[in-house]
Ligand binder design. Structure first.
Ligand code: IYR
Length: 218
């Protein structure tokens, strides 16, 4: 592939410190939200968020992701109904005792009204392989690549002043059917996106300290 100069401008160590501090403070304010306002969000903002996710690195630059953004009320209703069917089975027997106990602090249940209230739902698909005019082409590290893209998507949502929830109704294959996506795309994550409902509360979580999540070898 043709090489081009890197578009890069060095910043001072002071700026680097300030920017890393500011970005951490901003990201540390991100919280998963389960109760949404129905206030509309402009399509252009959702497009920017998806474009940001699409800047993620990927194995052999295969970009093995596909994003479906839904604001259509009927489609959101279909997704809610199908997700709640799976969630009912999960909460009424499929989940282990241990799993349900671990979820208690979050006060979740099978009901997922946010799938209709949130102005947008983004469904992320992982392309297990690609289909090209020449036939099929292999993707590498698709799981890692799409996981990274989702992290960037969530950061972009937060940066746009919006909130989301990483929702994984399990199994998620109904999303492929409702959204009429091809067989080589596997549903990966479902994210309602919008504004929090008025007076939304969140669990009083504590994040692990840096010395609990890292080791420095100097
Ligand atoms: N998918 C279910 C259960 C659930 C599982 C985990 I792991 C969570 O962090 C939260 C919920 C639900 O959405 O309720």
């Amino acid at each position: 592939m043709k090489q081009i100069p890197l578009d890069y401008h060095v910043i001072s160590e002071q700026e680097s410190k300030e920017q890393s501090d500011a970005f951490y403070s901003k990201m540390n304010k991100r919280r998963s939200v389960r109760v949404f306002s129905d206030k509309a969000v402009d399509k252009g903002i959702i497009e920017n968020i998806i474009k940001t996710a699409g800047t993620a690195p990927s194995g052999a630059h295969k970009q093995p992701w596909f994003f479906v953004a839904i604001s259509n009320k009927q489609v959101k209703q279909k997704i809610r109904e199908a997700a709640e069917t799976e969630e009912k089975a999960f909460y009424n027997g499929r989940a282990s005792e241990e799993w349900l106990k671990d979820l208690e602090p979050f006060e979740t249940n099978w009901e997922k009204p946010f799938l209709e209230t949130a102005p947008w739902i983004i469904v992320v698909f992982k392309r297990v392989y690609d289909i090209t005019p020449q036939g099929t082409s292999k993707n590498y590290y698709a799981q890692e690549s799409v996981g990274i893209a989702c992290g960037m998507l969530i950061s972009a949502i937060h940066n746009a002043g919006l909130v989301t929830l990483t929702h994984t109704p399990s199994p998620m294959n109904f999303l492929r059917n409702i959204l009429e996506r091809p067989a080589h795309e596997k549903p990966f994550l479902l994210l309602p996106v919008g504004y929090p409902a008025k007076n939304t509360t969140v669990p009083n979580l504590v994040r692990k300290a840096v010395d609990e999540i890292s080791l420095f070898i100097e």
